[in-house]
Ligand binder design. Structure first.
Ligand SMILES: C[S@@+](CC[C@H](N)C(=O)[O-])C[C@H]1O[C@@H](n2cnc3c(N)ncnc32)[C@H](O)[C@@H]1O
Length: 232
């Protein structure tokens, strides 16, 4: 299979066919990381966490630094394989991974302390309702979701990106107005180190127009804003 220059915001194709590109994108260093900022908002210490949409395991491994135990749940087999194939990341390892869907979690009622969805990004957005209901069923304590606030899809280059549906307001409405979640924004800068690296990871995901822009201005970093939503 020849690799295209970009998957033009088709995350389903990214997860299924290019999990190694997702892994290279998500492991490019953030300063400060979501995980460094999250403990100031919600207490993760000593908790049993079900991390939904665990992807290549970046979020589950990071949460495991604070939690007592992390169970990563992921739907896409190719991502799950990457997660289980990255053992040597130091002592903070999640306890394990389960294949499963955020909309019908393979976990019993009140079986964990916290359910997290870290940039789980469900589409279409009405799926968040099922995720929230499932999270509230399974968690004894909090449901925590980290998403992207309106106008920040793809970070600071939102206005350059084309070919995706602008649904961020819907996500906000579901979490805050319908389900009464609290929320707080955090920021982070991701440094790719070179134009080649940013083009082949971030550019590969967010599209041709972005690639042209990155090359033209010689950009190697992206500023992100994330929105943390939480509710007991
Ligand atoms: C942007 S990645 C985030 C991965 C990880 N949480 C992290 O922060 O590194 C989103 C992940 O959610 C998974 N996902 C999407 N919809 C899902 C669903 N309904 N159930 C379970 N996983 C899902 C995708 O396959 C993908 O691996």
């Amino acid at each position: 299979m020849t690799r295209p220059e970009s998957i033009e915001n088709r995350w389903d194709i990214l997860y299924r066919d290019y999990p190694e590109v997702y892994a290279a994108f998500s492991s490019t260093p953030y300063q400060p990381t979501i995980y460094e900022q999250l403990p100031a908002i919600v207490d993760l210490r000593g908790q049993v966490i079900a991390d939904i949409g665990a992807g290549t395991g970046e979020s589950s491994r990071s949460l495991a630094q604070y939690a007592m135990r992390v169970i990563g749940v992921e739907r896409e087999m190719a991502m799950l394989q990457q997660a289980t194939a990255s053992p040597e990341r130091g002592p903070a390892e999640p306890t394990g991974y389960l294949a499963g869907d955020a909309l019908a979690l393979p976990l019993a009622d009140d079986s964990v302390d916290i359910v997290t969805g870290l940039t789980l990004a469900l589409y279409p957005p009405d799926r968040y309702r099922a995720f929230i209901r499932e999270g509230l069923r399974v968690a004894r304590g909090l449901v925590v979701y980290v998403g992207i606030p309106p106008g920040w899809y793809g970070g600071e280059l939102y206005d350059v990106i084309e070919g995706f549906e602008r649904v961020d307001d819907v996500v906000d409405r579901i979490f805050i107005e319908e389900f009464g979640f609290s929320h707080q924004d955090i920021e982070s800068v991701q440094e790719y180190g070179s134009v080649d690296h940013i083009v082949s990871t971030y550019g590969f995901i967010f599209g041709r127009r972005v690639i042209d822009h990155l090359r033209k201005v010689g950009k190697t970093s992206i500023r992100w804003r994330f929105r943390v939503y939480w509710r007991a």
